[in-house]
Design a protein around this ligand. Sequence first.
Ligand code: B12
Ligand code: SF4
Length: 542
Amino acid sequence: MNSILYIFLPCKKVYPIGVTYLADFIHRRKPDVRQRILDLSLFPDAQRSRAVRDAATQFKPDLVCFSWRDIQIFSPHEGDSSLEHAFNFYFASNPLKRVVASFAGLQQLYRYYSHIRATLSYPWLIAKEFPKAQIMMGGGAFTAFADQLILKLPEGAIGILGEGEDAILKVIEGQSLENERYILREGKTIRKGQQGAPALLDALTVDLPYLTSIFPQYREYLGESIGVQSKRGCPYDCAFCLYPYIEGKRVRYRPPPMVVKDISQHYHQWGARRFWFTDAQFITGKEAYPQCTEILERILAEKLEIEWSGYIRTSLITPELAKLMVRSGVGDLEVAITSGSQVVLNNLHMGFKLERLYDGCRYLAEAGFKGKVILNYSLNSPKETEESLLQSVESYKVVASILGEERVFPLMFFLGIQPNTDLEQRLLEEGYLSAGYNPLMLTPTSIKKLLYNPAPLNSFIAKACLRAWERKDGSRDPRKWTGSLSQAPKESGPYADKSLIRGIEGNSGRDALLSLEEIIRSRRSLRPAEDSGKKSVVTPAS
Ligand code: B12
Ligand code: SF4
């Protein structure tokens, strides 16, 4: 095979880092293979089929690699209006609100299904109009829902779970995929492979002039946040998380000089100033300290005046790392505290102590961190009680007292149940989910289950959230948010995802937590003897 067309399937605009790494990897090993990248997100819906057809006609690829990044449309967080509609539909006391929410919900379901249908039509277009081309598919969304999606792809399409470098190389060399995580449909039979040794990342670095030549749409990303991967794999076991399933549990590091070379090329050649470490986890443990430290030191030594962010375990930040982070340009951060109760955290196997998380925030504050922090809470996780909910409210107050209330934005991020996670397994065993359920099939009942917020705490948690979301003029913060959710101002105002950013602009998460506190306290005051003897474990922090 001599030519590869990569098609990044449409999603909300985000730098298509995965396909850029794949194309770069193939180019280093097979410089004679012609390659082209097409980003479908940059076309309006109505022009996408034509863009696929035109690219395939002009480029005549032997192999077409589809990359499917996101499917999730019903996000379990408060910035997404679908959560508000769902809560209104299930919990609002005003019947009119329920009716309005049901219409909005139907519209969203319609959009969800038409988006999936449209996305699947592109591989079918290739299969019908360019039958000689081999089709491959991979990416985060494909990995998450491979068992369901493979049934919807043309027969013969090769699906790959997780990283795709070695698998694509093998396909163009005509080698067997037996040691890769492939998935294939032959009639009604599904065949799967297991990855042997995962690839080491010691030679991975991007040749930017080459990339620029095969990705003419790169101009659309000038001024945007550019993804850089510094490691693959996460050793933790957080019950709801899919990342170790996608990337593996073994952490593989890229050498810091190569990581910083990526950054500096984008900095000097494309003028990029904002970067996102796309690692499942930037600080994966103490073993990662040398690599993280060297990356940040090199950013400083090369005088790269950037702003960067990524998923960071605040509990692992040391005073030295905090100083380096701040000096090298760390921007706004999203911290998944999840709960203020150590019991809930332990039950989810989160592997960190709240005290260490607070320490990390303290070190950042001492180092002069001036960014904002979104504090993600997954209320009503398993083992949640009224007491642990109050502890979550207190944990917000602790973090706000350390970093300053004006910097800390709690966000309600309910647990979303994803296939191939420990949480899904537990809920199947408990009978909360039924065996063989289809995670892509959304109905009012399944949405209610998958946005995990079970009885008995569900109704007053929802009430607290709805009360906060309805107050449209919370404590607005006019400053620009620069973390994961931001994009260049010309695009859509300061924020990439207008709906998502609502939680920060209105600071409605804070209102939701405080409303929750109020509701629980008033429930308790109405409940006479049973609780009065119990000792409160809540310590007022602010
Ligand atoms: C970093 C990250 C983000 C960052 C991105 C920052 C940036 N500037 O790039 C932020 C925080 C912004 C983000 C946001 C979201 N994300 Co995100 N994100 C990730 C994460 C952790 C890494 C993705 C990444 O860039 N990896 C590094 C690159 C190199 O890998 P890659 O793109 O996956 O490509 C590799 C393989 O997939 C494969 N591959 C890719 N394409 C192809 C094609 C073929 C043919 C083959 C063979 C292989 C192949 O090979 C590549 C190289 O090895 C993944 C989880 C994970 N651990 O993978 C979730 C993930 C991709 N995100 C996900 C989602 C849902 C989202 C959101 C929609 C969430 C939300 N509701 O708001 C948003 C919106 C994204 C957008 N379009 O704007 C889901 C997607 C699955 C799903 N349920 O649909 C994932 C898998 C997390 C999850 N929930 O499990 N995300
Ligand atoms: S939540 Fe973060 S730390 Fe936990 S398993 Fe997922 S990536 Fe790793």
